[in-house]
Design a protein around this ligand. Structure first.
Ligand SMILES: [Zn+2]
Length: 52
């Protein structure tokens, strides 16, 4: 089990996608997209688990 998962965020507004950690995920949900400021919902964040 990995400690600390990463999430892939794809902005519905500006279409930027980048990997975020748990902390950044919370920030996005609270403050919106860091690029364009669009509101972020949980559906915009995809949890990715790396086996290694
Ligand atoms: Zn954006």
């Amino acid at each position: 089990m990995a400690t600390g998962s990463t999430h892939t965020f794809v902005c519905p507004e500006c279409r930027r996608s980048f990997e975020v950690d748990d902390e950044m995920r919370e920030t996005l949900l609270e403050s919106g997209c860091v690029v364009c400021g669009a509101p972020v919902v949980e559906g915009d964040l995809e949890t990715s688990t790396t086996a290694e």
